[in-house]
Design a protein around this ligand. Structure first.
Ligand code: AMP
Length: 221
């Protein structure tokens, strides 16, 4: 079983690395931020409730996030494990998660705070396929458009300077204490998250003692 949680400040690269690791290990990438953004896009009651909190950079109330997370964890593809990014974000969520599923690894992304603001304000994504870019660290091949489908890139509504300030403060006050929580439970490892995405990914495999060779798909066997 590989039930892995990525912890780290906004902008540390959790989403990018979680989707790489998930593809590499053939596990689902579970992102509460993505699930919430999907609900906002679809205009569901949850999405309507979450939208204002997200735009302001605040946490969405625990009960709402837990609902979508539980539903996602119950899907068949999460039976063999998962890479969870964006949850838990406070101690209450960590306790709830522990009551829902055991974990094998919690990986903390270490990155100096001054880099975070630059990374967040440089972040862009493709509204069509969801691929994430960064003007600084992971630029698209042609400026302003997605490598995959040529769609003009967009900026998240919470990557504005005001929301970024709130998100970093919320991280320091509510999420950072989880490092000690997981360290005390013997689950925590940390990775230096500064550098090119490929370099960080190689460090992650090393820290989690996972092979550099991707897990073959059923078609390859
Ligand atoms: P992320 O994509 O992980 O940066 O999350 C974007 C936003 O979604 C956060 O700033 C929160 O408003 C909300 N969010 C995501 N995960 C959680 C969570 N576990 N608890 C509360 N709010 C969350």
């Amino acid at each position: 079983m590989e039930r892995i949680v990525f912890l780290g400040a906004p902008g540390a690269g959790k989403g990018t690395q979680a989707s790489r690791l998930a593809a590499h290990r053939r596990l689902p990438h579970l992102s509460t931020g993505e699930l919430l953004r999907g609900a906002v896009r679809d205009g569901t009651p949850l999405g309507r409730e979450a939208d204002g909190h997200m735009r302001a950079g605040r946490l969405v109330p625990d009960a709402l996030v837990l609902g979508i997370l539980k539903e996602r964890l119950a899907a068949p593809d999460a039976r063999e494990g998962f890479v969870l990014d964006g949850y838990p974000r406070n101690l209450a969520q960590a306790e709830t998660l522990a009551s829902v599923t055991p974990l094998e690894h919690v990986l903390s992304f270490e990155i100096p705070e001054p880099l975070l603001t630059a990374r967040l304000t440089g972040r862009r994504h493709c509204p069509e396929c969801g691929r994430v870019y960064n003007l600084l660290t992971l630029p698209p091949r042609a400026p302003g458009v997605c490598d995959v489908d040529g769609t003009p890139l967009a900026r998240r509504t919470d990557d504005t300077p005001e929301a970024v300030g709130t998100r970093l403060a919320v991280y320091a006050a509510e999420t950072a204490p989880l490092l000690r929580y997981y360290e005390a439970r013997g689950l925590l490892r940390s990775v230096d998250a500064v550098g090119a995405p490929e370099a960080v990914f190689a460090r992650i495999l090393d820290r989690l003692r996972l092979p550099a060779v991707p897990t073959p798909s059923a078609q390859d066997l």
